[in-house]
Write a protein that binds this ligand. Structure first.
Ligand code: C2E
Ligand code: CA
Ligand code: CA
Ligand code: CA
Length: 279
């Protein structure tokens, strides 16, 4: 079970074993919420070492009429275990692509990339590639600004299907990042077989950098490996200057975390790129 953002509003503990009836109720509520357009996408900025904002990760929230803003930890697991994650994931993809298209023509914003999370069930749909291509075409988003985040375990689960799908979308220009990297005990072998662009170091390794020696070793190993495979690396969950400094020292070039910025509504993300106010 994933850890939740500290400010996450949640109406039950995601760690809690939820009862069958509660689960069925939540599933029905999620279905209704999708129809009622109650989901919103927040954006957490991603930065280059040089300080430039290069893009953001889209993170889903449920704008619940009574419970307020609900973090994904409270519902994404249930959605993933049902078919619901498919239309939900498709909504996220379309929303992100519409945002990319809206930024085109704005010199301040048109360089921004968006990363979106793709669940296993969504990725394994037979028409996944066709749906992505269709959304790109319909929205007019530039494919190279779209980055799909696949978890390490998803990628490994059916490597041949993964290679085929990534391969096809790569020819369209779409980019790929391996989310939660380091948590899946993966072998190096598969990495070299996949046309990936980025590894995302899981926040659990970032958290104790400089404190737990083995984590420093793991992070250094990931970065060394990525360098040899010519993959970009982004670290997530960067909360302190000390963590950022160590990551930079180890060769990490992209950063995401509360230190630089929390997930925010799109207007707040755009405001981060507002030209400095004249004083
Ligand atoms: P993730 O993809 O690993 O996303 C990173 C999570 O860490 C986000 O939580 C983010 O708000 C949080 N985070 C970012 N920086 C920091 C930091 O410095 N410190 C700490 N402690 N946490 C930080 P969020 O938004 O609650 O999302 C949780 C998980 O829900 C995501 O983990 C992802 O697995 C899933 N999720 C979110 N949006 C989507 C979506 O659109 N589709 C799918 N399939 N899954 C999603
Ligand atoms: Ca992610
Ligand atoms: Ca992650
Ligand atoms: Ca994670």
């Amino acid at each position: 079970v994933k850890s939740q953002g500290r400010n996450a509003l949640c109406f039950f503990d995601p760690q809690m074993q939820i009862s069958i009836s509660l689960r069925a109720q939540l599933e029905a509520d999620l279905q209704a919420a999708l129809t009622a357009r109650q989901f919103v996408l927040h954006y957490q900025p991603q930065f280059h070492l040089d300080g430039r904002m290069v893009g953001a990760e889209g993170l889903i929230r449920w704008q619940h009429p009574e419970r307020g803003l609900v973090a994904p930890g409270a519902f994404i697991g249930v959605a993933e275990e049902s078919e619901l994650i498919v239309p939900m994931g498709h909504w996220v993809l379309r929303t992100a692509c519409e945002q990319l298209a809206a930024w085109q023509g704005n010199p301040r914003l048109q360089h921004l990339q968006l990363s979106v999370n793709v669940s296993a069930r969504q990725f394994r749909q037979r028409d996944f590639v066709a749906r992505v291509v269709e959304v790109l075409r319909e929205t007019g988003a530039r494919p190279h600004l779209l980055k799909l985040e696949l978890t390490e375990s998803l990628v490994l689960d059916n490597v041949d299907d993964t290679i085929a799908k990534i391969g096809t979308l790569k020819t369209k220009g779409v980019r790929f990042s391996v989310d939660d990297f380091g948590t899946g005990y993966s072998s190096l072998a598969y990495l070299t077989r996949l046309p990936l662009d980025q590894l995302k170091i899981d926040q659990s390794f970032v958290h104790n950098l400089g404190v737990r020696h083995t984590d420093d070793v793991i992070v250094q190993t990931i970065l060394g490996m990525a360098r040899n495979l010519e993959l970009d690396v982004i670290a997530e969950g960067v909360e302190t200057e000390a963590q950022k400094k160590l990551l930079a020292q180890y060769g990490c070039t992209y950063f995401q975390g509360y230190l630089m910025g929390r997930p925010v509504p799109v207007a707040e993300l755009e405001a981060l790129l507002e030209p400095a106010a004249t004083t």
